[in-house]
Ligand binder design. Structure first.
Ligand SMILES: N[C@@H](CCC(=O)N[C@@H](CS)C(=O)NCC(=O)O)C(=O)O
Length: 231
């Protein structure tokens, strides 16, 4: 464990998958931290703007005065600072691949599975496109309890916070069954494994409240796509 008398703060948001994964990581390590919640859909606090002036996004992690944005970097930093209960694979190739899949989920799956889907006039085609991407994850998890192997790890935190506990709430609100059990049995088994972990249950947003929040995001995406951009 790192030294005592640590000052650890997390500026996050209850609905943000990027914040949820950092809280899972901190709790898994047993790190005590002060949590400050941002309602970023309404306003951004002066503290958030001061600590993350470039992206102005949550989460922001503060450790003994050192400020760090970006959830992947924060999880890596936490893992290297508090070395109990490893989060990232120690093997360099496995670690690189965990980072690769994390980027794929946060960028590709989110873009195709939410932004393109909401904007699409052909929902069936958009669902198929998203499911094609999700099939890669179905292959990755096949035969494993977790992406991290026998225990929850970095990729479980990233994929879990983003797909079943965030995007799936938007899909449910839109009446879309994106990851049906018969098509994605392995991912559904993995989701059940995740839900069995108390720390995960403590960190994920309340489903009904989150569906409401995700539908606001859906409306924003729709409204933005109606705006014609003339450069
Ligand atoms: N790449 C960042 C993404 C963070 C992010 O997109 N946060 C969202 C909340 S889910 C945010 O703060 N949005 C505010 C905005 O876009 O203005 C990470 O991994 O931490």
């Amino acid at each position: 464990m790192a030294e005592k008398e640590e000052v650890v703060k997390l500026i996050g948001s209850w609905a943000s998958p990027f914040s949820r994964r950092v809280e899972i990581g901190l709790k898994l390590k047993g790190v005590l931290y002060e949590y400050m919640d941002e309602d970023y859909l309404v306003t951004k606090s002066p503290l958030l703007l001061q600590l993350n002036p470039i992206y102005k996004k949550v989460p922001v992690f503060v450790h003994n005065g050192k400020v760090l944005p970006e959830s992947h970097l924060i999880l890596e930093y936490i893992d290297q600072t508090w070395t109990n209960n490893p989060i990232l694979p120690r093997d360099p190739y496995e670690k690189a691949m965990a980072l690769f899949w994390a980027k794929f989920v946060d960028e590709q799956v989110t873009s195709i599975g939410l932004r393109s889907l909401v904007k699409s006039e052909k929902t069936d085609v958009a669902i198929k496109e998203a499911q094609e991407l999700i099939t890669f994850l179905e292959k990755e998890i096949t035969g494993n309890e977790f992406f991290g192997g026998k225990a929850i790890g970095f990729l479980d935190m990233v994929v879990g916070s983003m797909i079943p506990f965030c995007l799936a709430r938007a899909w449910e609100g839109m009446g879309i069954d994106m990851i049906p059990e018969n098509k994605f049995p392995e991912l559904n088994r993995w989701i059940k494994n995740l839900k069995e972990i108390k720390i995960v249950r403590e960190c994920i947003p309340n489903k009904e409240k989150h569906i409401e929040h995700m539908m606001k995001i859906v409306e924003r995406i729709k409204a933005a796509s109606k705006t014609i951009c003339t450069l």
